[in-house]
Design a protein around this ligand. Structure first.
Ligand SMILES: *Cc1c(COP(=O)(O)O)cnc(C)c1O
Length: 416
C-alpha cells in the first residue's frame, strides 16, 4: 500500500503537474481571464457541468472555462487546503468576509432564523446584525458557558424555531479565548432538523488555523477561514476559504460564481507559497506563545492572562472542550495590564519589535487594543460581560525568537 503522507509533506507538490507547465517546478501564476477549448463539443461539455445541467461522469474533472468559475492556481490551492481538514472540497475567496457572507447568503433565505455564538469577529457581527436583517433574516445569539438545554430554550422562545436554518459559531472566541463545544452545537442543529430540512453548522476556524483544530471532525458541516491570517501568514494578502462536503461546497461555489468573489490567480499563487511553510510557522508560533504566556503569568504588572494553556482541570467544562477540540494552545494571547486605557496605551506605544496592528497569525508578532480597535463596535454592556475592557491587550505571536518577543513585552510593560 502506498504511504499516506502528512499534509506538510504534500504542500510543495499536491495537485500540480509540472509537465503541464513547461516543467516549471512551481505552479506559475495563471494570469488569464479565459481558457481556450479544444473543440466546441468540449466547451459544451464543460458548461453543462459548470451550470449543473448534468452530473460529472465517473472520473470527469470540470474543464477550465473562465477564471470567475475556475483557474489552476485556485484549484490547486483548494485541493491542498482540503488535506489539513480532511475535507472533500474547498472554495477560496478574495477575503475571509467574502467566504463568510457567501455561506450566510447561500444557506439562509428571508424569514429564516440564524443561531450564532457571541462574540463573533467584528465584520461577521456587522454583516449578520446590520445587513442580513435587510433581507428579513432573524438572529439569535448565545454565549460561552450556556448549556445545550438553555440554547434550545432560547431558540424556542423566538417563536420561529421552525425557521432555524443555520448555526454559525467561532471558537476560541476572539479575544478572550473562551471555548465553545462544536459537537454540542451540532446536536442543537440536529434537534431542530427534520427529514425535509437539515440545519447545518458552520465554524469560523480562523483563530486556530487549519492545524490546531479540525471542526469537521467534531460535527461541523462547513469550516471557514480568513486565509489572511495563519494560512497567508505574511501580512501581504487578503483571502478566505470554505471547506466541507462535495454537496455543500458545490452550493457555495455556485453562489461564488455569480457573486464573483473568488480569489484572483495572484492571491491563489501567494497562498500556495504560504502553505509550504504553514506547519513550520505554526509550530514555532505555538511554541513561542507558550513561552510568552509563561512570562505574562508571572509578571507583577499583569492582572490576568487569557490563554488556552491557562485553562486547568478546575475549569472542568472548558478543560474538556479544550482536550477534545484543540491540538495546541494556539498562538493568540490576551492579557489585562494593571490599570486602564492609559497603561494599556503606554504599553502599546512602547513596543519596539512587536508591531501595533490588528490582524493575526502572521510571521511578525502583533499587538492591539480590542476595546477601542477590533471590538470597538461591540455593545458596551456586552463588552463588560465578555471582559473586553480598556486594560486588555491582544497579542498575536509570530516566529521571532521567543526571548526577543519577551524582552520587548518586558521593556514595554515596565514603562508603566
Ligand atoms: C480576520 C477575520 C475574518 C475576516 O477575514 P478577512 O480576510 O479580513 O476578510 C473573519 N473571521 C475572523 C475570526 C477573523 O480573524
Amino acid at each position: 500500500m502506498e504511504r499516506k503522507m502528512k499534509p506538510e509533506s504534500l504542500m510543495m507538490s499536491y495537485g500540480y503537474k509540472p509537465e503541464l507547465s513547461e516543467g516549471a517546478i512551481k505552479c506559475p501564476i495563471f494570469q488569464t481571464s479565459t481558457f481556450v477549448f479544444k473543440s466546441a463539443e468540449e466547451g459544451k461539455a464543460f458548461f453543462e457541468v459548470a451550470y449543473g445541467l448534468r452530473q460529472k461522469k465517473e472520473g470527469e474533472e470540470l474543464g477550465l472555462i473562465y477564471s470567475r468559475i475556475n483557474n489552476p492556481d485556485l484549484e490547486i490551492l483548494e485541493n491542498r487546503l482540503t488535506l489539513w481538514d480532511e475535507a472533500e472540497e474547498c472554495a477560496v475567496f478574495e477575503s475571509g468576509m467574502s467566504a463568510i457572507s457567501t455561506v450566510l447568503l447561500e444557506f439562509l433565505k428571508p424569514g429564516d432564523l440564524l443561531l450564532i455564538s457571541s462574540p463573533l469577529y467584528g465584520g461577521s457581527d456587522h454583516f449578520i446584525k446590520k445587513i442580513l436583517p435587510k433581507f428579513n433574516i432573524n438572529v439569535v445569539e448565545f454565549y460561552v458557558g450556556q448549556s445545550k438545554e438553555e440554547i434550545i430554550d432560547l431558540i424556542n422562545k423566538t417563536g420561529i424555531a421552525d425557521k432555524l436554518s443555520l448555526v454559525y459559531i467561532e471558537t476560541p472566541a476572539n479575544p478572550t479565548n473562551d471555548l465553545i463545544d462544536i459537537n454540542c452545537c451540532k446536536e442543537i442543529a440536529k434537534h431542530f432538523s427534520s427529514p425535509e430540512k437539515e440545519i447545518y453548522l458552520a465554524v469560523d476556524n480562523t483563530y486556530m488555523g487549519p492545524l490546531w483544530q479540525h471542526p469537521l471532525m467534531h460535527g461541523a458541516d462547513l469550516v471557514l477561514y480568513s486565509a489572511t491570517k495563519y494560512i497567508g501568514g505574511h501580512s501581504d494578502v487578503i483571502a478566505g476559504a470554505c471547506l466541507g462536503s462535495k454537496e455543500l461546497i458545490s452550493r457555495v461555489k455556485g453562489l461564488r460564481t455569480f457573486l464573483g468573489n473568488m480569489a484572483s490567480p495572484n492571491t491563489g499563487w501567494l497562498l500556495l507559497r504560504s502553505l509550504e511553510t504553514l506547519k513550520a510557522r505554526m509550530d514555532i508560533q505555538a511554541f513561542n506563545a507558550n513561552k510568552v504566556a509563561d512570562f505574562l503569568n508571572n509578571h507583577a504588572s499583569v492582572e490576568k492572562v487569557y490563554f488556552l494553556g491557562n485553562i486547568t482541570e478546575k475549569d472542568t467544562e472548558q478543560f474538556n472542550i479544550k482536550k477534545r477540540q484543540c491540538l495546541t494552545n494556539g498562538g493568540m494571547i490576551s492579557f489585562d495590564v494593571k490599570g486602564g486605557e492609559n497603561e494599556a496605551f503606554k504599553f502599546l506605544n512602547s513596543l519596539k519589535l512587536i508591531k501595533l496592528a490588528v490582524s493575526l497569525g502572521s510571521t511578525e508578532s502583533l499587538a492591539e487594543h480590542p476595546a477601542t480597535m477590533t471590538h470597538v463596535d461591540v455593545d458596551v454592556k456586552l463588552k463588560q460581560k465578555l471582559h473586553i475592557t480598556s486594560k486588555m491587550i491582544r497579542l498575536s505571536i509570530g516566529v521571532e525568537h521567543y526571548e526577543d518577543i519577551i524582552y520587548d513585552i518586558k521593556q514595554a510593560i515596565e514603562k508603566n
